[in-house]
Design a binder for this molecule. Structure first.
Ligand code: AHR
Length: 635
C-alpha cells in the first residue's frame, strides 16, 4: 500500500473521542465508580419496602425490624436492630454487609459512618457500637473501632469512625459489620445510611473508586456525556432523573428506581458527576431530562410541560450561573464550586427518535434554555434538521461497522453537526443485533474493536461534520451486568480495559485539528486509513490504519508540501507507532478479568525520513493483519 498525503490541503476537524458515563447501567455508579463500599446502605434496594439485600444478621438474639417507619430525612427505610435480653451474658448483635460482591481490604484508612437513634422502647444504651472489617472466610478481624453506645439518643445523629487495617486481606471475601455490644437487657436502635468509603480518586469526599476513575482518565477524552442514556429517562416519568434531588447531604437524596437495576442512591449526583468530569480533565456533555420516559410516555404539549422546562433551565443555572444573582448557582457555590463548570454541549433527552413528541419538546425546551444560555450548543437526541448538533447511536456487528466507513461521506453539509455518542460492535450476527443472545458479545473482541476503528476513521475523514464519538456502555460490574459488551469491565478488586478501550485510547491520543487528503494506490478495504495533523505546539502528523484482513501489508507513504517551518528542524523528527494486534490468537479474542492484558497496544516499527529541500517526509512500516495502528510523526 502506498499513500501520498498532502500536508498543505485539507479540512479543519474538531473530532475527538468522548466517554459516556450512564449511571445505573452495569452498576456504573453504586457498586462501581462511586466508591461507597456498602451495598444498599439505606435499605432501599427494592424501593418501597425496607430491603435487606446485601445485609446479613449478626447474633442469635438479633431481630431486624421491618414493620415500622422512622425516616431519616429523605431516606424512608430505616432499620431497627433489636437485641433480645439474654439472662446469662451480655448481648452482641447487629448487621453485616459483604459489599458489592466483595470488599477489598488494604492497609489504608476507611471512613465509616452511620446514622442512629435509640428505639423508643429501648432503655438508654450501655456498652459500645462496634464497626469492623472482617474476613468472611475465616472470621479474622482486620480493623475495628468502637463508639460509646450511650452517645446514641432518641434523635437521629451521625456517627463516624476510621478503620485502619494493618495488612491486606488475600481476597475480597470480607464484610463490614455494625454490631452492638451491650449489657443484659432489651436494647434497640434505628440505623440508616450505613456507609464505608475507602480512599477516593483525588481524595474527594463522597468520591470515586480510584482504579475505575483512572481507567476513564487514561483515555484522555475531552468530553464525558452524563448521566444517561435510558437511565436519564427513567422507567416512568415519576422515576425520571431529577437532578435537583441528587444534590447536597446524602440523607437528603431520596434516590430513585434504577432503569437498569435495583435502586440508585444517587450518591454520585449531578455535582459529583460534574466534579468527576473536571477531575478527569474533561467537560460534560450534559443530558437534561426531556419530559419523556422509557415507557414511551411524554408530558403533553400544555402547561404541564412548564415545570420540566423550568427544571432544565435551573439545571443550567446550577452548572453555569452566577451565585450573586441566581439561587441555584448559589447552591453550587455553597456546595463548594463557586466558579461555573465548563460546559459547551447540552443534550436534550436520550434516543428521542423513538418518540413522536420530540418536535414540540425540542422547540420549547431549547427556546427556554438558549434564551438563558445562548452560547451553549444544544444537541438533539433524534436526527432533527433544525438542531445545531444531532446525536446518532449505532449498535451492530463488525461487518456493519466496517460498512459504516463511508457513512458520513455524502451526508449533506447543512450546518447540523453530528456526534455519535453511543456506538459499539455488540454481536456476531448483524442481522440479529439485539435478537438472538447466542450471538451477543460478552466483551469487546479485537475484531469488533478494529471495526469500531474503521467507523471512527470514517468519522475523522468527515471531521468537518462529525465532532465526537463514544463507545457505549462504558462500565460494567461483571457481577451485575445488564448489557454486554462494555468498554471497561470490573469486579470488586480488578479493572479490565478491553480491546475497544485501547483502540479508543489510541484515537483519543491522536487528537488533531486538520484532516488531509490522501491519494492511495489501492481502494479502501480491507485496509482503511486517515491522515490528520495537529499544529498546536509542534507539527504532528497521525496516520491511522485499520487492517480488517489476516495478511500483513507493507506500507510506504509520503507527506508532501510540508511548510518551511515544518522542515526547518529535521533533526528533531520522531517517528513512533502503536498497534493493537493479537498474533497467534483468534481475532475474536477479548481482554477479560481472567486475562487482563491479553491484547494491549505494542510498539510498531516505523522508519521515517525528512527531505527538507523537497519538503517531503517519507515513511514505511509493516502493518500486521487484523490490526489497528496509529503512526505518529512529530518534530
Ligand atoms: O448504552 C446502553 C443503552 O443503549 C443506552 O442507555 C441507550 O441510550 C441505548 O439504547
Amino acid at each position: 500500500l502506498h499513500l501520498d498525503i498532502d500536508a498543505s490541503a485539507g479540512n479543519a476537524t474538531e473530532f475527538t473521542v468522548a466517554a459516556f458515563i450512564e449511571t445505573n447501567i452495569g452498576r456504573t455508579d453504586d457498586g462501581g465508580l462511586y466508591a461507597e463500599l456498602v451495598q444498599n446502605r439505606a435499605f432501599q434496594e427494592e424501593d418501597q419496602y425496607l430491603s435487606l439485600t446485601g445485609w446479613t444478621k449478626v447474633g442469635e438474639r438479633t431481630i431486624l425490624m421491618k414493620d415500622a417507619e422512622e425516616p431519616l430525612h429523605a431516606l424512608k427505610n430505616s432499620l431497627q436492630i433489636w437485641l433480645q435480653a439474654n439472662e446469662t451474658r451480655g448481648l452482641r448483635g447487629g448487621i453485616s454487609n459483604a459489599g458489592w460482591w466483595g470488599i477489598p481490604v488494604k492497609p489504608q484508612a476507611y471512613q465509616a459512618s452511620f446514622f442512629a437513634k435509640r428505639a423508643l422502647l429501648s432503655a438508654p444504651l450501655q456498652g459500645t457500637i462496634d464497626l469492623s472489617l472482617s474476613s468472611l472466610t475465616d472470621g479474622r478481624v482486620y480493623a475495628s473501632s468502637s463508639i460509646p453506645a450511650r452517645d446514641i439518643t432518641t434523635e437521629w445523629k451521625k456517627f463516624y469512625a476510621t478503620l485502619r487495617p494493618t495488612r491486606a486481606a488475600p481476597d475480597a471475601n470480607n464484610a463490614f459489620n455494625l454490631t452492638l455490644d451491650v449489657l443484659r437487657q432489651d436494647q434497640g436502635l434505628w440505623v440508616n445510611l450505613v456507609s464505608l468509603f475507602p480512599p477516593t480518586f483525588k481524595g474527594r469526599a463522597n468520591g470515586l473508586r480510584p482504579d475505575l476513575a483512572e481507567a476513564v482518565r487514561d483515555l484522555g477524552v475531552k468530553y464525558i456525556r452524563i448521566p444517561g442514556g435510558s437511565n436519564l429517562q427513567g422507567t416512568t416519568i415519576e422515576h425520571r432523573y431529577n437532578w435537583s434531588s441528587t444534590l447536597g447531604a446524602l440523607e437528603d437524596r431520596p434516590g430513585r428506581v434504577g432503569l437498569w437495576v435495583g435502586y440508585q442512591t444517587e450518591g454520585l449526583g449531578l455535582k459529583e458527576l460534574l466534579d468527576m468530569c473536571e477531575d478527569l480533565g474533561a467537560s460534560a456533555i450534559l443530558g437534561v431530562y426531556a419530559a419523556y420516559a422509557s415507557d414511551d410516555e411524554s408530558v403533553p404539549n400544555t402547561s404541564q410541560l412548564d415545570k420540566y422546562i423550568e427544571s432544565a433551565v435551573n439545571e443550567l443555572h446550577f452548572v453555569l450561573g452566577d451565585p450573586a444573582t441566581n439561587s441555584w448557582a448559589k447552591l453550587r457555590a455553597d456546595l463548594g464550586h463557586p466558579e461555573p463548570y465548563h460546559l459547551e454541549y447540552v443534550e436534550l433527552g436520550n434516543e428521542d427518535f423513538t418518540s413522536t413528541t420530540y418536535g414540540y419538546r425540542w422547540d420549547r425546551f431549547t427556546k427556554a434554555m438558549s434564551s438563558a444560555y445562548p452560547q451553549l450548543k444544544y444537541v438533539a437526541s433524534a436526527d432533527l434538521a433544525e438542531a445545531a448538533v444531532v446525536d446518532l447511536h449505532d449498535y451492530s456487528g463488525s461487518d456493519v461497522f466496517i460498512g459504516f466507513f463511508d457513512r458520513f461521506d455524502n451526508r449533506p453539509r447543512t450546518g447540523t453537526k453530528v456526534v455519535e455518542l453511543e456506538n459499539a460492535v455488540i454481536t456476531n450476527n448483524s442481522a440479529a443485533a439485539f435478537g438472538d443472545p447466542e450471538f451477543r458479545l460478552l466483551f469487546p473482541t479485537l475484531q469488533g474493536s478494529i471495526a469500531e476503528a474503521v467507523f471512527m476513521i470514517g468519522m475523522q475523514r468527515n471531521g468537518d461534520l462529525v465532532l465526537s464519538s463514544s463507545y457505549a456502555p462504558y462500565l460494567a460490574n461483571v457481577e451485575s451486568t445488564q448489557w454486554t459488551p462494555n468498554i471497561i469491565n470490573f469486579n470488586a478488586t480488578h479493572v479490565s480495559r478491553s480491546t475497544s478501550y485501547y483502540v479508543h485510547q489510541m484515537i483519543s491520543r491522536a487528537r488533531a485539528d486538520m484532516v488531509h487528503p490522501v491519494v492511495a494506490d489501492s481502494a479502501f478495504g480491507p485496509l482503511y486509513w486517515v491522515a490528520t495533523s495537529a499544529t498546536s505546539s509542534k507539527q504532528t502528523f497521525f496516520i491511522q490504519i485499520a487492517n480488517t484482513a489476516p495478511p500483513s501489508v507493507s506500507l510506504s507513504a509520503t507527506i508532501s508540501n510540508l511548510s518551511q517551518r515544518a522542515t526547518a528542524s529535521q533533526t528533531q523528527l520522531k517517528a513512533t507507532a502503536t498497534v493493537m494486534e493479537a498474533p497467534g490468537l483468534p481475532v475474536n479474542v477479548s481482554n477479560t478479568l481472567d486475562n487482563l492484558d491479553l491484547v494491549t497496544p505494542k510498539a510498531l516499527t516505523v522508519h521515517a525520513s525528512l527531505h527538507s529541500q523537497a519538503r517531503v517526509l517519507s515513511f514505511n512500516a509493516e502493518i500486521p493483519g487484523n490490526s489497528f495502528s496509529v503512526i505518529r510523526l512529530e518534530w
